[in-house]
Each structure stands twice: as structure tokens, then as C-alpha cells.
Design a binder for this molecule. Structure first.
Ligand code: ATP
Length: 453
């Protein structure tokens, strides 16, 4: 695809997200809040499906990982110890011509001269560090002691609560603590739709181990995480692994891999998998004076565990799911003429709505009553959507556009009007092949459930 085609594809995706209720600009009626997004009804379902699946495979399916739900408001001492207060910065430059604030590494360059990417101006200030953390005030007094931060990552509460979780869970190394939650970064240049936002969610795992296990576990978690992206339906060929060179890694990291996805706007990071040694726990031991170590009952050794951290972005993964799913093909319209069909090919596991239910005609009471019965039958098992408005072809098209993998139509055969043998059967339509098969109503829950888990 050319750059122009990719830009057009991205425009179509952004417009579909708004039109169908996946993602809206936050505070839109007031002109929008830059870098902040609200998820609409379908976006919320998609995001929840992603988070639930991550939680399932990372925590519930395993004996060696437990969960945490830490607070967003964070004590300044925590972020001082972690290094965020002093070093969580991006180099910032001002353009004196158009007054834009720019990230120094995002300037354009012409004939070796740095330029403002907005106006082309060359009158730029020197780069200076800009701290990305959002600060707030706790309580009524406005003195410096009342400063708190909105956390810039979820990981720190895991390190700070390491001892408490270890004591209550009685886990033996290696074991992990997982968390999903909001994080905030005052990004200088939020851009590429939700990709770089100022408020976003992370899914992070801190997997603690003995020092000698670190490198092997790094390789293990990289493999697990790639498997995860494949299981949620992201095509392997658009995923890339970047082995981050030593000079670009954090100084304490012995190995870091970035998992990247080929977005229409370029190859960009979805997740970082890093072997962080014992840096974080040691920092908090030094700063708090509290022991955050581990006692090995078998070897009678006491030591500070090392950690491997797979850290993924919920919003970036949702965006990757949307970009990966977006497709156009052709399908016959009402009169049999071929037309372009927009279809979101979500993996059924991720699809916001699993099954749509259509009575063939809205003005036939018996069809509507039967369709409502099917809805009630499926509802406890999955998210379903009932639609009786418009021609059946148009109803299918509306569901294709939001990625609903299955459609059930209740017709006159269902009512037994075309032979007793077809009574209580419906057509089950597959979004991708558009093929329809006739199945018995009572088999539906099991049939569809087996494909969405
Ligand atoms: P980048 O280099 O793109 O700013 P990062 O390397 O600073 O990202 P990490 O600190 O490793 O990111 O955070 C872990 C994950 O959190 C990222 O891989 C990404 O998925 C997500 N993330 C980080 N910053 C943002 C953001 N501004 N908007 C959305 N997601 C983000």
C-alpha cells in the first residue's frame, strides 16, 4: 500500500469508529480535549473483551500469577524512587514562528536543517526536558507537601505492594503480579488517533524470578505475548519483534523487546517486554528503608528478586484490532448487484456483538415472538443484538460493518409453515463466508459459544 492509500485507510477507520460508536473525541461538543478519547457502546465492548481475555490467560489460567488493582493517585516518594520525577521526560522544542510545542525527535529535516513539521519554520528553541507526569493537589492546602501524581504507568504500585502481595498469596518464585488500569502522560504531541493519548490503559505483568532465570523468562514471555496477539486475531505478518539495542535500553535492563504492529501510519510499539533486573525493588528498598526481599525456604537464601515485565497498551491494542479487522470486499445488494461491503473481521472472541438476531419481517407477530425467544436463549451466553428494521440484506450489512460474526434469521420455515421438519430451525449466517446453514434453535448456544471462547 502507498502512503496515500494508508492515509485513506486510516481516515476510513477513524470515521467508522465515530459513525458506529467505537471511539469518540472526548468533550467533542466543546471542541475536544486533545489526546483524550471516549469509547462508545461498541468500543467499550471491544475493550472489555480484550481486557477480560488478557486477564483470563495472564492470571486465571495460571497458578503463578495474581492480580492487583492499585490506586491512580500516587505518593510523590514512589515516583521519586522509581526515577519518574527526575527523568521521565521528553525533549521539547518550541517553534518561534507558529508557537507549536514539539517533541525534539519529531522535527522534520531539510538539507540537514531542523524544521517545524507544522509550518516549516527554522526558528526553533533549544531542546529542554519536559516532564510527562500530571501533577495534582491532594487536600485543601496548596503547599508542596500536598502534591500527588496521576500514575504514568501501573507498574509502580506492583513494586510498592510486592511484600504485601507475597505475604498474602504465599507464592514461590517465579511468580507474577498483574494489573490492568489507567495511566496518564502529558504527551507533547498526542497523535495518530488513540495511538498516543494522554490518558490510556495498560495491561502490565511483573513476573518476579531468581536472577539466573531472567534471560530465559524474557524469551518465554516474548513468546507468550506474541501468541496472545495471534489468539485475539491480529495477523502474525503485521507483528514485528524489535530487539532493542543496548544503547537504547534503560541502563538497568539486560534485554528488551518491543512488539510492534504495522499500523496504517507506520510500524509502532504495541508492547514492551523487558528484563528489568532488580532495579525497581532495589530503588524502593533504598528510598523507603523497607525490606522488599524474598526468602527461599529450600536454599535458605534471602535476596531481592529480579523481574521480567510485559507491558502492553489496551488502547493501542484496541486500535491494532480495529486496523487489522478493517476490510472491504464485494457482496450482492438487494437486487443481486455487486456492491462494496465494509466488514470488520474481528476474531469472534473479540467481536463486540457475537450474534445478531433478525425476524424476517417486523410486522409478523409470530416471527417477532420467536426472534425474541432466540434472543432470550442466547443472552446469558453472549452479547447479542436484536434488529428488525429494514430489509434483511441491509441488516446483515450493518452487522458486517461492526464485525458481528454470526447472524440468526427467523423465517417462515422456523414457524413450521414450510414443513414440520423445519420447525424451530433458523438460518445461521457466517460474516466472512456469508454462507448460511440451517440449524436447530436449541443447538445455537453451544454452536456459537464454542466459536467465541
Ligand atoms: P512510546 O515510546 O511509544 O512513548 P513507551 O516505550 O514510553 O512508548 P512504555 O513506557 O514501555 O511505553 O509503556 C508500555 C506500553 O504502554 C506501551 O507499549 C504502549 O502500549 C502503552 N503506552 C505508553 N504510552 C502511551 C500513550 N501515550 N498512549 C497510549 N498507549 C501508551
Amino acid at each position: 500500500m502507498t502512503g496515500k492509500e494508508n492515509a485513506q485507510r486510516m481516515e476510513k477507520i477513524v470515521s467508522l469508529c465515530k459513525r458506529r460508536g467505537f471511539i469518540f473525541q472526548s468533550s467533542e461538543i466543546y471542541g475536544g480535549l486533545n489526546g483524550v478519547w471516549d469509547y462508545g457502546p461498541l468500543g467499550t465492548e471491544l475493550k472489555n473483551n480484550l481486557k477480560q481475555y488478557w486477564w483470563q490467560v495472564t492470571v486465571r489460567d495460571r497458578d503463578d500469577v495474581v492480580g492487583l488493582d492499585g490506586a491512580i493517585l500516587t505518593h510523590p516518594a514512589v515516583l521519586k524512587a522509581s526515577g519518574h520525577v527526575d527523568t521521565f521526560t521528553d525533549p521539547m522544542v518550541d517553534c518561534r514562528t507558529c508557537k507549536a510545542r514539539l517533541r525534539a525527535d519529531q522535527l522534520s529535516e531539510k538539507n540537514g536543517v531542523k524544521q517545524c513539521p507544522n509550518c516549516g519554520g527554522k526558528d526553533l528553541t533549544e531542546a529542554r526536558p519536559f516532564n510527562l507526569m500530571f501533577q495534582t493537589q491532594m487536600g485543601a492546602s496548596a503547599d508542596p507537601a500536598s502534591i500527588a501524581y496521576l500514575r504514568p504507568e501501573t507498574a509502580q504500585s506492583i513494586f510498592v505492594q510486592f511484600k504485601n502481595v507475597l505475604d498474602v498469596s504465599r507464592k514461590k518464585l517465579p511468580f507474577g503480579i498483574a494489573q490492568i488500569g489507567k495511566a496518564f502522560r502529558n504527551e507533547i504531541n498526542p497523535r495518530n488517533f488513540t495511538f498516543r493519548s494522554r490518558e490510556f490503559e495498560q495491561m502490565e505483568l511483573e513476573y518476579f524470578c531468581r536472577p539466573e532465570q531472567g534471560m530465559d523468562l524474557l524469551a518465554y514471555w516474548l513468546k507468550e505475548r506474541i501468541k496472545f496477539y495471534e489468539e485475539i486475531g491480529i495477523s502474525r505478518k503485521r507483528l514485528h519483534i524489535l530487539d532493542v539495542p543496548e544503547k537504547e535500553r534503560a541502563f538497568y535492563s539486560k534485554g528488551t523487546f518491543d512488539i510492534e504492529y504495522e499500523f496504517p501510519f507506520g510500524r509502532q510499539e504495541l508492547e514492551g517486554v523487558a528484563y528489568r533486573t532488580d532495579y525497581d525493588l532495589q530503588q524502593h528498598i533504598k528510598a523507603s528503608g523497607k525490606p522488599l526481599d524474598y526468602f527461599d525456604e529450600e536454599t535458605k537464601e534471602r535476596f531481592v528478586p529480579h523481574v521480567v515485565e510485559p507491558s502492553a497498551g489496551v488502547d493501542r491494542t484496541v486500535l491494532a484490532l480495529i486496523c487489522d479487522a478493517y476490510d472491504e470486499d464485494t457482496a450482492p445488494d438487494e437486487k443481486g448487484k455487486m456492491e462494496t461491503r465494509v466488514v470488520m473481521r474481528f476474531h469472534p472472541r473479540m467481536a463486540p456483538i457475537k450474534c445478531a438476531i433478525f425476524p424476517l419481517l417486523r410486522n409478523k407477530e409470530a416471527l417477532v415472538a420467536k426472534a425474541r425467544e432466540v434472543q432470550a436463549l442466547l443472552r446469558p451466553h453472549m452479547n447479542v443484538f436484536y434488529d428488525e428494521g429494514g430489509a434483511i440484506g441491509r441488516r446483515y450489512r450493518r452487522q458486517d460493518e461492526i464485525g458481528t460474526p454470526f447472524g440468526v434469521t427467523i423465517d417462515f420455515e422456523t414457524l413450521g409453515e414450510k414443513g414440520e421438519e423445519l420447525r424451530d430451525t433458523v438460518t445461521l449466517r457466517d460474516r466472512d463466508s456469508m454462507k448460511q446453514e440451517r440449524v436447530t434453535i436449541k443447538d445455537l448456544p453451544q454452536l456459537i459459544s464454542s466459536k467465541i471462547r
